[in-house]
Design a binder for this molecule. Structure first.
Ligand code: ADP
Length: 395
């Protein structure tokens, strides 16, 4: 069974074709600048990356070029479209309606549309991808895998904000959490690595990428997570502020006359380590700058790691203990310095960093010393594979 995994944004479309049996990636790529001009970057397993400029007025053309590339005599990996047996779509927001992945039917799509208010930038774009695939491959079964679904197990005490209850009643304002596919994938893998049943483990997954979130996973279920109603809450991220005192917004409004759109833009795009360092959102740049003596870059890294350590501590408290801490995503998998900063705060939990093992990049590895009471691992995430697995399981 071959599964085409689609992650569709407003002007981009990422795809991977995965062989369901071997779990190998047969081909993958990215359409960018859809609606502007358009380009397709494509790579088949073992082949070279190629880039084609293509006119893509809408996502329908983007899908058409992806399918053409997959079947092209030279670059292709398929003889006919019939060899795509299923499509798995990443969908951002399933609200309270979707606690699991779901086979996409007209009725389900309508229900997803009803969640659009909660993710106005992402959900409509995801659904454009769904519709474009339906048009190009009618009859191929499709599954939607939600970023929020894994967190629907959170108890009320974790998802309710201290706001008037009527806003939850009326608008469903609450914590939803994101990166659920990744937190689920990594926590399952952590249980396999330590060889214990998932329903006997307390795991804290640190998904540290350009967008970052932490999740407390108890007995295989998300019981709390740092992103909230939107992905803006929680950790200090690449360009997002994470938690701040909400009264700062009123202060800036008074001082600088910033309106809500300007404030939201500042919080989402000009803050985080990029805003702190006044240099970059990329941790490689920050590491290099710090080594060259840049104080703001050092402070940005310190603020980031301190916040991660505080969330880990609060989730250890929430679960009354922790067995495994897993680092994943771009920073979690690659940045040894940040991992060291974080783990050095966690001695009280009985974790000591194995400095040699911590040199690892992008590979699964235990990075705590053998005598550590709580184990720390680097576990690469693979959201596309997780979506392909969910798709096959449902079908
Ligand atoms: P997202 O999926 O949210 O865009 P990723 O998980 O791909 O993010 O993470 C991207 C980030 O990972 C980059 O912005 C960079 O900060 C960090 N990163 C990637 N490679 C390295 C590396 N070798 N060392 C340190 N940081 C890295």
């Amino acid at each position: 069974m071959n599964v085409l995994v689609i992650n569709c944004g407003s002007s981009s479309l990422k795809f991977q074709l995965i062989n369901g049996k071997t779990e190998e990636v047969m081909a993958k790529g990215l359409c960018e600048r859809i609606g502007i001009d358009g380009s397709l970057t494509y790579k088949k397993e073992g082949g070279e990356k190629e880039k084609f400029e293509k006119a893509m007025p809408t996502h329908t053309e983007a899908i058409k070029y992806v399918l053409e590339a997959l079947m092209n005599e030279k670059t292709g990996v398929l003889k006919s479209l019939d060899e795509i047996n299923a499509i798995g779509h990443r969908l951002v927001h399933g609200g309270e309606k979707f606690a699991h992945s779901v086979v996409l039917t007209d009725e389900v799509i309508k229900a997803v549309e009803e969640c659009n208010d909660l993710a106005p930038l992402h959900n409509p774009a995801n659904l454009i991808g769904v519709r474009a695939c339906m048009e190009a491959m009618p009859g191929v079964p499709m599954v939607g895998v939600f970023d929020t679904a894994f967190h629907q197990t959170m108890p009320e005490k974790a998802y309710m904000y201290g706001l008037p209850h009527k806003y939850y009643d009326e608008y469903k304002i609450r914590r939803y959490g994101f990166h659920g596919t990744s937190h689920s994938f990594v926590s399952k893998r952590a249980a396999e690595i330590v060889g214990k049943p998932l329903d006997s483990l307390k795991t804290i997954v640190c998904h540290l990428g350009n967008g970052s979130s932490i999740c407390a996973v108890k007995n295989g279920e998300s019981v709390d997570t740092s992103m909230g109603f939107t992905p803006l809450e929680g950790l200090v991220m690449g360009t997002r502020s994470g938690d701040i005192d909400p009264a700062i917004l009123e202060f800036l409004y008074k001082k600088e006359g910033m309106d809500i759109p300007a404030l939201m833009n500042m919080l989402n795009k000009e803050s985080g380590v990029a805003g702190l360092s006044e240099l970059s959102s990329d941790f490689r740049d920050l590491g290099d700058a710090m080594e060259a003596g840049n104080h703001k870059a050092k402070v940005a890294l310190d603020v980031f790691a301190y916040k991660v350590a505080k969330y880990v501590g609060s989730y250890a408290a929430a679960m009354n203990g922790v067995d495994v801490i897993a680092f994943t995503a771009g920073i979690g998998e690659n940045d040894a310095y940040v991992r060291k900063l974080v783990v050095d705060y966690l001695g009280y939990l009985g974790i000591t960093l194995d400095e040699e093992a911590n040199k690892v990049r992008g590979e699964e590895k235990e990075i705590s010393t053998p005598d550590s009471k709580v184990k720390a691992f680097v576990i690469p995430t693979n959201e596309e594979l997780a979506i392909a697995r969910e798709t096959m399981e449902l079908l």
